[in-house]
Design a binder for this molecule. Sequence first.
Ligand code: PLP
Length: 452
Amino acid sequence: MNKISNHLPTAELQALDAAHHVHPFSTQAELAERGARVITRADGCWLTDSDGETILDAMAGLWCVNIGYGRDELAEVAAQQMRELPYYNTFFMTTHVPVIALSKKLAELAPGNLNHVMYSSSGSEANDTNLRLVRTYWAEKGKPEKQVIISRWNAYHGSSVGSGSLGGMKGMHAQGGLPIPGIHHIDQPDWWNEGGDMSPEDFGLERAQQLEKAILELGEDKVAAFIAEPIQGAGGVIVPPATYWPEIQRICDKYEILLIADEVICGFGRTGKWFGSETVGIRPDIMTIAKGLSSGYQPIGGSILSDEVAAVIGATEFNHGYTYSGHPVAAAVALENLRILEEEGVVARFGAQTAPYLKEKFQSLADHPMVGEANIVGGMGSLALTPDKASRAKFAAPAGTVGYMVRERCFANNLVMRHVGDRMIISPPLVITNEEVDTLIERARLSLDEAY
Ligand code: PLP
């Protein structure tokens, strides 16, 4: 029998964890020294740890628990599906009811002509699918030279070899041989850090036009696709100036470049609408989804393809897929999650009522002496920390030192807020109440005061 339980003392759980569990994106030596916080339960927007502390989760886990924790309906659906059909694959001319139902629902929800879903268990895998898929698409159309995918520095598209290469995280590229060939990065639309003396509007245009320059340099006949998050999440919630996306769409249309919207974070209500593409006004050919698709209750992701892309790919055998593509339990849970998000009006209410309230309160933090910009779209917010607002100066300490310090204060004040360099990020569950928003802002302000 497994004797490791919630009832063991925290220090013992931490020691076991550090001894045998290698954490993602963590310094293992630091974990061994201080111990990881052991989360034992969660409900709504609140986590409980092994010391009985209750913590407000302003990150919805990793930007995924849109529906909030503790929804029994999802547990029921999972248990029922496990009893009925715990697993079957979707390879070789077979299918099952949960994946049929989920695909139909996603086709209804996704904008425009995005009507066909290819599944994975994560966003990384879905972007790996996209990488092979767009190249195959062009080869099938008689243009096998169209191979290059353009992405952006500081984008995050996942951690696998393919998706990590699509991403533009220099720290990731420095380890393990990324990026693979055939991927070209342009600059991100981060006006706060990189805009200099330009107006946000001019800067947005300049950054979008880098796409056109890259296409012309690489050769129009060589470029397969452009991939981007409607609003960059893991890069620090970089909200692009309003001029950015219309120009990107114009360029993709002009040069026949497939547009891949990576909606792993932005999808399923996160930006205040069902999809970030709707918020920023673009018409992607392919959409990457994961996270909020199941609110994190089951690992599931996918690529939603336009009618055109699906028709081309569907004409031949695309030699690609995962054992767990369209896993019945994950599909059933995702479908139930979408039902709740829609029928209980979670997305609609968040967009119409909670998001405006959250925006007002979040932006009130901009009067703090350490906060330059307080930018938020729907439920994706970012505070740019600075020693001098007027000049948008950086701290003398190495980048990320102050952000880390504020994050630690938040942690001590039982608020999960993430830091990306010297930006503080939020992405709370969409079911957050106004009262909980107030608590979030109070704890964030207290943490900023303590770090100041
Ligand atoms: N794409 C985006 C925009 C993401 O934010 C993430 C994860 O944070 C991914 C892809 C990778 O998803 P996963 O961690 O499920 O592989």
